[in-house]
Design a protein around this ligand. Structure first.
Ligand code: CA
Length: 239
C-alpha cells in the first residue's frame, strides 16, 4: 500500500503552514517536526518522502540525512529490512559546498528557499516516480526517445541502435536511472568506477560524458544537462 505521508522537518512556522496547505491540495498528509531530536526519533519507514531543513533549533539537518542514508546502505547489504524514504533538502543555504555535500551524502534533491511552490511540487513528483521505478526494477528505462534495456544492455534512440562502450553504457544507465536528479561528479565517479580498480580522474568523466553526448545525437544529447560546478542532470520534460 502506498503511503501519502510526508515528513516535514522545518522550524519556520510560516513555511511549515504554507507547505502543509500546498501538500494537502496535492493529497498528501504532512507530519511536521520542528526539532532535530524529534526527527531522529521518527520511524522513517512510514513516510513516502522527507523534506529536510538544515538549520534546526537544536542541531543540523545533516544528522538526520546521515541516519537515513545509513538505513539505505544497510538495506543494500541485506542486513536489515528497513525502508528509508527519499529526502529533498529544503534550505536557505545556497552554497555550492552545501549542495554538493547534500547530494554526495545521498539526498535525492536540493531545493533552495525561497522556492516556487510549483517547482517544489514537480521535484517531489519526480523523486516519487523515481522511487516507484526503483522498487519496480523495470527492465526498460526511457528518457525522451532513448530506451535502455538493462537485461540486453542495449540502447536505442527512436528505434535506432546506439553502440556504446561499457563505460558509456554505465554512465548513461546511471543518468537514466536517476532521471531528473542532479548527480555530483564525485557521486558519479564513485558509482561508475570504484569497482573496476582502474585509475580514473575527473577528466575521464568529462571525456566520457562528451563521447556519450556525441553518440546520442542532436536530439537526445540535450537531455543530459551540465549543472555548473556540481555535476549533471538528465532531464525528461515528458516525464
Ligand atoms: Ca530553519
Amino acid at each position: 500500500m502506498k503511503t501519502r505521508r510526508i515528513l516535514l522537518i522545518e522550524d519556520d512556522d510560516t513555511i511549515a503552514y504554507g507547505l502543509t496547505q500546498l501538500l494537502a491540495d496535492e493529497g498528501f498528509e504532512t507530519i511536521l517536526v520542528r526539532f532535530l531530536k524529534e526527527a531522529m526519533e521518527v520511524e522513517p519507514g512510514s513516510f513516502c518522502l522527507a523534506l529536510l531543513d538544515l538549520g534546526l533549533p537544536d542541531g543540523e539537518g545533516w544528522d538526520f540525512l546521515e541516519r537515513l542514508c545509513t538505513v539505505r546502505t544497510t538495506e543494500k547489504g541485506g542486513l536489515q529490512k528497513g525502508f528509508a524514504p527519499p529526502v529533498i533538502i529544503l534550505t536557505a543555504r545556497e552554497d555550492e559546498a552545501d549542495i554538493m555535500r547534500g547530494l554526495d551524502m545521498g539526498a535525492d534533491d536540493y531545493v533552495t528557499k525561497p522556492f516556487l511552490p510549483g517547482v517544489l511540487l514537480s521535484r517531489i513528483r519526480a523523486v516519487l516516480r523515481r522511487q516507484e521505478r526503483f522498487s519496480g526494477e523495470e527492465e526498460m528505462i526511457s528518457c525522451g526517445k532513448l530506451v535502455l534495456d538493462r537485461q540486453k544492455t542495449t540502447v536505442t534512440a527512436g528505434g535506432e541502435r546506439i553502440e556504446l562502450t561499457a563505460g558509456e553504457f554505465r554512465l548513461l544507465f546511471c543518468f537514466m536511472e536517476n532521471k531528473n536528479r542532479t548527480l555530483t561528479r564525485n557521486a558519479l565517479l564513485a558509482r561508475l568506477w570504484d569497482n573496476e580498480g582502474d585509475f580514473v580522474n575527473d577528466n575521464t568523466l568529462t571525456v566520457t560524458v562528451r563521447r556519450l553526448r556525441e553518440k546520442l545525437g542532436e536530439e537526445s544529447r540535450n537531455l543530459i544537462k551540465t549543472v555548473r560546478g556540481i555535476g549533471y542532470r538528465m532531464e525528461d520534460c515528458d516525464d
